[in-house]
Design a protein around this ligand. Sequence first.
Ligand code: GLN
Length: 536
Amino acid sequence: MSNSTKYIFVTGGVTSSLGKGIISASLAKLLQARGYTVTIQKLDPYINIDPGTLNPYEHGECYVTNDGAETDLDLGHYERFLNVPTSQSNNVTTGRIYQSVMDKERRGEFLGKTVQVIPHITNEIKDRIQILGKSGDYEIVITEIGGTVGDIESLPYIESVRQMMWEYPDDCIVVHLTLVPFLRAAGELKTKPTQHSVKSLLELGVQPDILVCRTEHPLDNTIRKKIARFCNVNPTAVIESIDASSIYEVPIIMQQEELDKVVLQKLDLPSKGNPELKEWKEFLDKLAHPKSKITIGLVGKYIELKDSYKSIIESFVHAGAYNECEVDLKWIHSDKLNGDNIDNELSALDGVLVAPGFGSRGIKGKILAIQYVRENKIPFLGICLGMQCAVIEFARNVIGWKDAHTTEISDNCEYPVITIMEDQKDITNKGGTMRLGAYKCKLLDGSNIAQAYEEEIIKERHRHRYEFNGEYLEEFEKHGMISTGKNPETGLVEVVEIPDHPWFVGAQFHPEYKSTVERPHPLFLAFVKAALKNKQ
Ligand code: GLN
């Protein structure tokens, strides 16, 4: 192990959804604010190689990194909090671990040995944990173990943590997140679930150093002492994590609880002064005191599970706060939009975003929504499939090509205005084969998008197989939809706009992946501004 890297493992007990990702990101933020270089990694116990092939209903949004990894949505939180990009190494799944071990087995790398969970799988896990540390870029690596202690699937991960704690006792600590429920009938907070979940960890050979206790009510000293006594930790290492009104308050709450201080003590690292978190607090202040309010319609087909649009939602939180404006999202199910209800659903909106997606369900509603905002001059942002639908709508209703479509849905349409990318044509495997990750885009001077970025060449992340069909560009431009962003190398059309509209932008890339608290995304900032203007 590199002698300068420290490892913090974050495990969870009692129940899922306690917010391990947010606690990890908050701790990382505090350590970063003290001057440490920190990154966060997520180990996911499921057997998919990555979440790229998962339906959003299963696991929420698939987050894409600069290097084109399709990852867990927690990586989005890591980037939004830390303002530092993540990569493929920051997300590892059981599927990837096994695939790598099995490839090695086929290559004969195990020299005739029986391949087993211990040591082969656990060695692979430990190697993956240490990749980021060994890169030399980070003093501290926080590794979040997905799932809940006691799950069959997470056993090899916990075992790997046990081995690392034993091998490098001075460089590793475990932060265990649990729930302290309040029983209304008894009028009391209950510590037993925490005790049990720590016992489960102990059975696996892991003694947590710090307990972060999620609770709806403050933990008094008696409760803290009780938890400490039963779980072999110091009372100061029992950290209260009270419900917050915004995830962005959690770093401040953790600072008040001194989570970062206790962590540094346990790791024997200098505290390097108390972080001010000035910019962060300014952001929180703006977030809490908006001067105006707008309503943006979010048209998508996965809206029953809001996590499917996590990065978009957070981008609006950032852009809203910086515009001192509360952005109220109205969720509009693209499946349910039709000619009868469209006016009712969209007329009062200050702006409309049509979301990314795959397949035919909900396409009609998306196209209808775009026609409505185009004709009624409501500010519009289309992302990926949302941009593609804007192109289809324009072809049908402005140019007059009634049978214009994307070949994703209608292979034999007369006007394939959106078509499969050349290098996608022979691909049959679904996993990890889209056009993924960051590509350059050259913006047209004077366009809405160029004004938003105030830059000529930008880099944004992609995740798609289909694209604007360049053959038709001339005809589109003649009729008033122009390309305002192109890939400088290939000439692919990445952005379309309608200059004769207050603000109509469709982007083939996903701006939402790059919005952070300290660097709100320029396109969302500009969209919110346009919606504010529309409202006035
Ligand atoms: N389904 C479209 C494509 O593959 C759009 C993808 C997306 O919205 N991410 O090109």
